[in-house]
Design a protein around this ligand. Structure first.
Ligand code: PXP
Length: 246
């Protein structure tokens, strides 16, 4: 049987809902525990520079209670590197960050700032964190990620997820497949994420060589109607189906 694709659940938008009113609820810590119970293999959080959703308190509490692993998404800044050194997460994913964006737009330009990214990778590896670089499915960025010494990349699936029409989706999907093959040949572990939902995930999960998918918005959105446990389980069963396990 093919190995299962791992499911990382991004719980940022539980915190978005809390911050919309400045209340104590809903608590992302509670969400993480429910997601783990429902089969998530890891919990992803992204404390942004403006702390618009995840707060430092969430990260510190999650570090105490998670039973799977924390994947801390963060910008390549001195402040965030120092924060990661305090938290010591199991995994760190370096992402680009622009203050005005709604969500992470495009991958990290590793090629354009190689020395800075390589230095961050080295600092984080010293903590024992597994470092991943969130990049576009572009061979030049994959080459640069490998040169930086990151053991893992996360391919940005936004082009595929947001493609308009079947033809554009097919083109973007093939770019992803080629990128996974290319990166695996270089010995990188390949994760993917962004914009994945209940309709477009199965194909991505079926790409040979994909290790983990990180999914947030669609799962939290579905949870409004059916509860978080069911929403996570539904996504986990899509991943199982993709690898012929269900
Ligand atoms: N992976 C990374 C690196 C991201 O920045 C995001 C968005 O925060 C995701 C995965 C999840 O994307 P979505 O919320 O669209 O599922």
């Amino acid at each position: 049987m093919n190995p299962r694709v791992l499911l990382g659940i991004n719980i940022d938008h539980i915190a978005t809902l809390r911050e919309a009113r400045g209340t104590r609820y809903p608590d992302p810590v509670q969400a993480a525990m429910v997601a783990e119970e429902a089969g998530a293999d890891g919990i992803t959080i992204h404390p942004r520079e403006d702390r618009r959703h995840i707060q430092d308190r969430d990260v510190l509490l999650l570090k105490e209670v998670l039973q799977t692993k924390m994947n801390l998404e963060m910008a390549v800044t001195e402040a965030m590197l120092e924060f990661a050194e305090k938290v010591q997460p199991e995994c760190v994913c370096l992402v680009p960050e622009k203050r005005e964006e709604l969500t992470t737009e495009g991958g990290l330009d590793v090629e354009g700032q190689e020395a800075r990214v390589a230095n961050a990778c080295e600092r984080l590896a010293r903590l024992g964190s597994e470092v991943s670089l969130f990049i576009d499915p572009d061979p030049a960025q994959i080459d640069a990620a490998a040169r930086c010494g990151a053991p893992v990349i996360e391919l940005h699936t936004g082009e595929y997820a947001e493609a308009v029409g079947a033809e554009a989706a097919e083109v973007a999907f093939n770019v992803l497949v080629d990128a996974v093959t290319y990166a695996r040949k270089k010995g990188l572990i390949v994760n993917a994420g962004h914009g994945l939902n209940y309709h477009n995930t199965e194909r991505v999960a079926a790409i040979p060589g994909i290790n983990e998918l990180n999914i947030g918005h669609a799962v939290i959105a579905r949870a409004v109607f059916c509860g978080l446990k069911e929403a996570v389980r539904d996504m986990a069963s899509i991943l199982d189906r993709a690898r012929g396990r269900a």
